[in-house]
Design a protein around this ligand. Structure first.
Ligand SMILES: [Mn+2]
Length: 333
Protein backbone atom coordinates (compact mmCIF):
# COMPACT_ATOMS: atom_id res chain seq x y z
CA UNK A 1 0.00 0.00 0.00
CA UNK A 2 1.40 3.39 -0.93
CA UNK A 3 2.17 5.89 1.82
CA UNK A 4 -0.46 8.49 0.89
CA UNK A 5 -3.21 5.85 0.77
CA UNK A 6 -2.11 4.35 4.07
CA UNK A 7 -2.08 7.82 5.57
CA UNK A 8 -5.56 8.55 4.17
CA UNK A 9 -6.95 5.40 5.82
CA UNK A 10 -5.31 6.45 9.09
CA UNK A 11 -6.66 10.01 8.95
CA UNK A 12 -10.15 8.86 7.97
CA UNK A 13 -10.20 6.29 10.78
CA UNK A 14 -9.13 8.96 13.29
CA UNK A 15 -11.70 11.47 12.07
CA UNK A 16 -14.53 8.90 12.16
CA UNK A 17 -13.53 7.68 15.65
CA UNK A 18 -13.91 11.24 16.93
CA UNK A 19 -17.01 12.32 15.00
CA UNK A 20 -20.33 12.14 16.90
CA UNK A 21 -22.35 12.28 13.70
CA UNK A 22 -21.55 11.33 10.13
CA UNK A 23 -23.46 11.97 6.90
CA UNK A 24 -22.95 9.53 4.03
CA UNK A 25 -23.69 10.03 0.34
CA UNK A 26 -23.12 8.03 -2.81
CA UNK A 27 -23.47 8.70 -6.53
CA UNK A 28 -26.82 9.35 -8.22
CA UNK A 29 -28.68 6.34 -9.65
CA UNK A 30 -26.75 4.16 -7.20
CA UNK A 31 -25.55 0.66 -8.06
CA UNK A 32 -25.00 -2.10 -5.49
CA UNK A 33 -21.42 -0.94 -4.79
CA UNK A 34 -22.55 2.63 -4.08
CA UNK A 35 -25.46 1.63 -1.87
CA UNK A 36 -23.81 -1.41 -0.31
CA UNK A 37 -20.65 0.47 0.68
CA UNK A 38 -22.71 3.41 2.00
CA UNK A 39 -25.19 1.35 4.05
CA UNK A 40 -22.53 -1.07 5.28
CA UNK A 41 -20.33 1.75 6.55
CA UNK A 42 -23.36 3.56 8.02
CA UNK A 43 -24.34 0.46 9.99
CA UNK A 44 -20.79 0.02 11.27
CA UNK A 45 -20.59 3.66 12.39
CA UNK A 46 -24.05 3.45 14.01
CA UNK A 47 -22.90 0.39 15.95
CA UNK A 48 -20.10 2.58 17.32
CA UNK A 49 -22.66 5.03 18.67
CA UNK A 50 -22.49 7.60 15.86
CA UNK A 51 -25.51 9.36 14.51
CA UNK A 52 -25.63 8.46 10.83
CA UNK A 53 -27.72 9.51 7.89
CA UNK A 54 -27.49 8.37 4.26
CA UNK A 55 -28.83 9.68 0.99
CA UNK A 56 -28.16 10.15 -2.70
CA UNK A 57 -28.91 13.14 -4.86
CA UNK A 58 -31.85 12.09 -7.00
CA UNK A 59 -35.27 13.63 -6.35
CA UNK A 60 -37.31 11.58 -5.96
CA UNK A 61 -34.89 9.01 -4.62
CA UNK A 62 -36.10 6.06 -6.68
CA UNK A 63 -35.13 3.02 -4.62
CA UNK A 64 -33.92 0.07 -6.69
CA UNK A 65 -35.86 -3.13 -6.12
CA UNK A 66 -32.76 -4.99 -4.86
CA UNK A 67 -32.38 -2.43 -2.06
CA UNK A 68 -34.89 -4.57 -0.16
CA UNK A 69 -32.23 -7.31 -0.03
CA UNK A 70 -29.86 -4.94 1.81
CA UNK A 71 -30.98 -4.49 5.38
CA UNK A 72 -30.03 -0.86 5.91
CA UNK A 73 -32.67 1.36 4.36
CA UNK A 74 -33.53 2.66 7.85
CA UNK A 75 -30.51 4.97 7.49
CA UNK A 76 -31.84 6.57 4.30
CA UNK A 77 -33.39 10.03 4.06
CA UNK A 78 -34.51 12.01 1.02
CA UNK A 79 -31.90 14.55 -0.17
CA UNK A 80 -33.95 17.50 1.15
CA UNK A 81 -33.74 15.98 4.67
CA UNK A 82 -29.96 15.53 4.41
CA UNK A 83 -27.80 17.80 6.65
CA UNK A 84 -27.22 21.08 4.81
CA UNK A 85 -23.83 21.67 6.48
CA UNK A 86 -22.53 18.28 7.61
CA UNK A 87 -19.58 18.22 10.01
CA UNK A 88 -18.31 15.05 8.39
CA UNK A 89 -19.52 13.86 4.99
CA UNK A 90 -18.36 10.59 3.45
CA UNK A 91 -18.76 10.29 -0.33
CA UNK A 92 -18.78 6.68 -1.48
CA UNK A 93 -18.11 5.36 -4.99
CA UNK A 94 -18.49 8.92 -6.30
CA UNK A 95 -16.03 9.66 -9.11
CA UNK A 96 -16.59 13.45 -9.17
CA UNK A 97 -18.57 16.07 -7.21
CA UNK A 98 -21.22 16.36 -9.92
CA UNK A 99 -22.02 12.67 -9.43
CA UNK A 100 -23.49 13.72 -6.07
CA UNK A 101 -26.38 15.34 -7.91
CA UNK A 102 -28.50 17.37 -5.51
CA UNK A 103 -26.10 16.66 -2.62
CA UNK A 104 -23.20 18.44 -4.29
CA UNK A 105 -24.04 21.69 -2.48
CA UNK A 106 -24.09 19.84 0.86
CA UNK A 107 -20.61 18.53 0.10
CA UNK A 108 -19.38 22.02 -0.72
CA UNK A 109 -20.59 23.23 2.70
CA UNK A 110 -19.29 20.24 4.69
CA UNK A 111 -16.47 20.88 7.15
CA UNK A 112 -14.75 17.57 6.25
CA UNK A 113 -15.31 15.49 3.14
CA UNK A 114 -13.96 11.94 3.14
CA UNK A 115 -13.90 10.38 -0.31
CA UNK A 116 -13.79 6.57 -0.53
CA UNK A 117 -13.62 5.49 -4.15
CA UNK A 118 -11.95 3.27 -6.74
CA UNK A 119 -12.65 5.21 -9.97
CA UNK A 120 -9.40 6.02 -11.74
CA UNK A 121 -10.95 9.19 -13.13
CA UNK A 122 -11.62 10.58 -9.63
CA UNK A 123 -9.71 13.89 -9.37
CA UNK A 124 -9.36 13.38 -5.61
CA UNK A 125 -11.89 15.88 -4.31
CA UNK A 126 -12.39 15.99 -0.54
CA UNK A 127 -10.23 16.74 2.51
CA UNK A 128 -9.35 13.05 3.02
CA UNK A 129 -9.12 10.91 -0.10
CA UNK A 130 -9.09 7.11 0.07
CA UNK A 131 -8.75 6.49 -3.64
CA UNK A 132 -7.44 3.16 -4.90
CA UNK A 133 -8.06 2.47 -8.59
CA UNK A 134 -6.69 -1.04 -8.07
CA UNK A 135 -9.49 -1.90 -5.64
CA UNK A 136 -12.30 -4.02 -7.07
CA UNK A 137 -14.98 -1.96 -5.43
CA UNK A 138 -15.62 0.83 -2.97
CA UNK A 139 -17.02 -1.84 -0.65
CA UNK A 140 -13.59 -3.49 -0.54
CA UNK A 141 -12.06 -0.16 0.56
CA UNK A 142 -14.78 0.30 3.19
CA UNK A 143 -13.93 -3.15 4.54
CA UNK A 144 -10.28 -2.12 4.85
CA UNK A 145 -11.32 1.12 6.60
CA UNK A 146 -13.48 -0.86 9.03
CA UNK A 147 -10.53 -3.17 9.75
CA UNK A 148 -8.43 -0.08 10.41
CA UNK A 149 -11.03 0.98 12.98
CA UNK A 150 -10.86 -2.37 14.77
CA UNK A 151 -13.41 -4.35 12.77
CA UNK A 152 -16.67 -5.69 14.10
CA UNK A 153 -19.20 -5.58 11.25
CA UNK A 154 -22.75 -6.69 11.90
CA UNK A 155 -24.13 -9.46 9.69
CA UNK A 156 -26.27 -6.98 7.81
CA UNK A 157 -23.36 -4.60 7.19
CA UNK A 158 -21.32 -7.56 5.91
CA UNK A 159 -24.11 -8.42 3.48
CA UNK A 160 -24.19 -4.81 2.22
CA UNK A 161 -20.43 -4.78 1.58
CA UNK A 162 -20.57 -8.23 -0.01
CA UNK A 163 -23.21 -6.95 -2.43
CA UNK A 164 -20.84 -4.18 -3.49
CA UNK A 165 -17.89 -6.53 -4.01
CA UNK A 166 -19.84 -9.21 -5.86
CA UNK A 167 -21.56 -6.69 -8.16
CA UNK A 168 -18.53 -4.57 -9.05
CA UNK A 169 -16.37 -7.62 -9.79
CA UNK A 170 -19.02 -9.07 -12.12
CA UNK A 171 -19.32 -11.92 -9.61
CA UNK A 172 -15.53 -12.20 -9.27
CA UNK A 173 -14.99 -12.20 -13.02
CA UNK A 174 -13.40 -8.83 -13.88
CA UNK A 175 -9.68 -8.06 -13.93
CA UNK A 176 -9.81 -6.02 -10.70
CA UNK A 177 -10.62 -9.22 -8.76
CA UNK A 178 -7.39 -9.74 -6.78
CA UNK A 179 -6.39 -12.09 -3.99
CA UNK A 180 -7.16 -9.16 -1.66
CA UNK A 181 -10.69 -8.94 -3.12
CA UNK A 182 -11.22 -12.63 -2.46
CA UNK A 183 -9.83 -12.29 1.06
CA UNK A 184 -12.30 -9.48 1.76
CA UNK A 185 -15.16 -11.49 0.22
CA UNK A 186 -14.20 -14.53 2.29
CA UNK A 187 -14.14 -12.46 5.49
CA UNK A 188 -17.57 -11.05 4.63
CA UNK A 189 -18.97 -14.50 3.84
CA UNK A 190 -18.10 -15.68 7.37
CA UNK A 191 -21.23 -13.77 8.38
CA UNK A 192 -24.38 -15.88 8.16
CA UNK A 193 -26.34 -13.91 5.55
CA UNK A 194 -28.10 -15.64 2.68
CA UNK A 195 -25.66 -14.89 -0.15
CA UNK A 196 -27.54 -16.97 -2.72
CA UNK A 197 -30.72 -15.04 -2.12
CA UNK A 198 -28.80 -11.76 -2.22
CA UNK A 199 -27.23 -12.70 -5.57
CA UNK A 200 -30.64 -13.61 -6.94
CA UNK A 201 -32.06 -10.24 -5.88
CA UNK A 202 -29.10 -8.47 -7.51
CA UNK A 203 -28.70 -10.42 -10.74
CA UNK A 204 -31.72 -12.58 -11.48
CA UNK A 205 -34.74 -10.50 -10.70
CA UNK A 206 -36.08 -8.97 -13.91
CA UNK A 207 -39.62 -8.67 -15.23
CA UNK A 208 -41.18 -10.05 -18.38
CA UNK A 209 -41.18 -6.46 -19.62
CA UNK A 210 -37.40 -6.54 -19.35
CA UNK A 211 -37.29 -9.62 -21.59
CA UNK A 212 -39.44 -7.75 -24.12
CA UNK A 213 -37.16 -4.68 -24.25
CA UNK A 214 -34.20 -7.04 -24.36
CA UNK A 215 -35.69 -8.56 -27.53
CA UNK A 216 -36.05 -5.07 -28.99
CA UNK A 217 -32.48 -4.15 -28.08
CA UNK A 218 -31.23 -7.39 -29.65
CA UNK A 219 -33.05 -6.62 -32.91
CA UNK A 220 -31.29 -3.25 -33.03
CA UNK A 221 -27.78 -4.56 -32.45
CA UNK A 222 -25.40 -2.95 -34.92
CA UNK A 223 -21.74 -3.64 -35.60
CA UNK A 224 -19.20 -0.99 -36.64
CA UNK A 225 -16.14 -3.00 -37.78
CA UNK A 226 -13.78 -0.02 -38.19
CA UNK A 227 -14.21 0.78 -34.49
CA UNK A 228 -14.62 -2.85 -33.37
CA UNK A 229 -17.86 -1.66 -31.78
CA UNK A 230 -21.16 -3.41 -31.16
CA UNK A 231 -24.01 -1.24 -29.96
CA UNK A 232 -27.73 -0.91 -29.44
CA UNK A 233 -30.17 1.58 -27.98
CA UNK A 234 -33.49 1.94 -26.20
CA UNK A 235 -35.70 5.02 -25.92
CA UNK A 236 -37.95 6.13 -23.11
CA UNK A 237 -41.02 5.13 -25.09
CA UNK A 238 -39.60 1.59 -25.53
CA UNK A 239 -39.23 1.43 -21.76
CA UNK A 240 -42.64 2.95 -21.06
CA UNK A 241 -44.39 0.40 -23.27
CA UNK A 242 -42.79 -2.45 -21.32
CA UNK A 243 -43.15 -0.72 -17.90
CA UNK A 244 -39.36 -0.85 -17.48
CA UNK A 245 -37.15 1.88 -15.96
CA UNK A 246 -33.63 2.80 -17.12
CA UNK A 247 -32.25 1.24 -13.91
CA UNK A 248 -33.77 -2.10 -14.91
CA UNK A 249 -31.41 -2.10 -17.89
CA UNK A 250 -28.10 -2.01 -16.01
CA UNK A 251 -27.29 -5.57 -17.10
CA UNK A 252 -28.14 -5.10 -20.77
CA UNK A 253 -24.55 -4.14 -21.56
CA UNK A 254 -23.42 -7.53 -20.20
CA UNK A 255 -25.44 -9.23 -22.92
CA UNK A 256 -24.15 -6.95 -25.71
CA UNK A 257 -20.52 -7.37 -24.66
CA UNK A 258 -20.38 -11.10 -25.30
CA UNK A 259 -20.05 -10.63 -29.09
CA UNK A 260 -16.49 -11.74 -29.85
CA UNK A 261 -16.36 -9.72 -33.08
CA UNK A 262 -16.21 -6.43 -31.20
CA UNK A 263 -13.82 -5.22 -28.53
CA UNK A 264 -16.10 -2.39 -27.41
CA UNK A 265 -19.76 -2.80 -26.46
CA UNK A 266 -22.07 0.16 -26.12
CA UNK A 267 -25.63 0.63 -24.90
CA UNK A 268 -27.36 3.98 -25.41
CA UNK A 269 -30.45 4.35 -23.27
CA UNK A 270 -32.73 7.28 -22.72
CA UNK A 271 -33.16 8.51 -19.15
CA UNK A 272 -36.25 9.94 -17.48
CA UNK A 273 -35.00 13.48 -18.25
CA UNK A 274 -34.87 12.70 -21.98
CA UNK A 275 -31.08 12.62 -22.24
CA UNK A 276 -29.24 9.53 -23.44
CA UNK A 277 -26.81 7.66 -21.23
CA UNK A 278 -23.98 5.77 -22.91
CA UNK A 279 -22.53 2.67 -21.21
CA UNK A 280 -19.25 1.26 -22.52
CA UNK A 281 -17.39 -1.99 -21.94
CA UNK A 282 -14.16 -3.25 -23.46
CA UNK A 283 -13.15 -6.88 -23.74
CA UNK A 284 -9.60 -5.75 -22.98
CA UNK A 285 -8.01 -3.76 -25.82
CA UNK A 286 -9.63 -0.33 -25.48
CA UNK A 287 -9.38 2.10 -22.59
CA UNK A 288 -13.04 3.07 -22.48
CA UNK A 289 -12.45 4.99 -19.22
CA UNK A 290 -10.37 7.59 -21.08
CA UNK A 291 -12.92 7.73 -23.88
CA UNK A 292 -15.80 8.35 -21.45
CA UNK A 293 -13.77 11.05 -19.76
CA UNK A 294 -13.45 12.84 -23.08
CA UNK A 295 -17.26 13.08 -23.16
CA UNK A 296 -17.48 14.32 -19.58
CA UNK A 297 -18.08 10.91 -18.03
CA UNK A 298 -15.92 8.53 -16.08
CA UNK A 299 -15.31 5.01 -14.95
CA UNK A 300 -12.66 2.36 -15.28
CA UNK A 301 -10.38 1.15 -18.07
CA UNK A 302 -12.78 -1.56 -19.20
CA UNK A 303 -16.13 -0.18 -17.95
CA UNK A 304 -17.32 3.39 -18.17
CA UNK A 305 -20.19 5.67 -19.05
CA UNK A 306 -21.25 9.21 -19.87
CA UNK A 307 -24.28 11.30 -20.70
CA UNK A 308 -24.50 11.90 -24.44
CA UNK A 309 -25.02 15.29 -26.03
CA UNK A 310 -27.15 13.89 -28.86
CA UNK A 311 -29.46 11.04 -29.79
CA UNK A 312 -28.22 7.47 -30.36
CA UNK A 313 -27.03 7.69 -34.00
CA UNK A 314 -25.10 10.93 -33.65
CA UNK A 315 -23.66 9.98 -30.26
CA UNK A 316 -22.40 6.70 -31.64
CA UNK A 317 -20.75 8.38 -34.61
CA UNK A 318 -18.94 10.71 -32.14
CA UNK A 319 -17.99 7.62 -30.19
CA UNK A 320 -16.64 5.84 -33.28
CA UNK A 321 -14.43 8.87 -33.96
CA UNK A 322 -13.15 8.86 -30.37
CA UNK A 323 -12.42 5.11 -30.40
CA UNK A 324 -10.45 5.38 -33.65
CA UNK A 325 -8.47 8.34 -32.30
CA UNK A 326 -7.65 6.42 -29.12
CA UNK A 327 -6.53 3.35 -31.08
CA UNK A 328 -4.15 5.47 -33.14
CA UNK A 329 -2.75 7.13 -30.02
CA UNK A 330 -2.39 3.76 -28.28
CA UNK A 331 -0.59 2.31 -31.32
CA UNK A 332 1.80 5.31 -31.39
CA UNK A 333 2.51 5.08 -27.69
MN1 LIG B 1 -17.91 0.93 -7.58
Amino acid sequence: MSEPLDEAFERAAGLLERAPSVALACHVNPDPDALGSMLGLADFLASKGKQVVCSWGNAPMARPRWLAALDGSGYLVEPNAFPANPEVLICLDTAAPDRLGLLRANAERAAEVVVVDHHRTNPGFGSIVILDPAASSTAELVFRLVERMGGGLSDRAAACLYAGVVADTGRFQYEATTPETLRVAAELRRHPFDHARLAQALFEDSSLGYLRVLALAMQRVAFVPEASLVWTYLTQSDLDRAAVTPDDLDDLIDVIRIAREADVACVVKQQGDGRFRVSLRSRGDTDVGSIAKEFGGGGHRLASGYTARHGPEESVSDLVEAIRRHRVTAADG
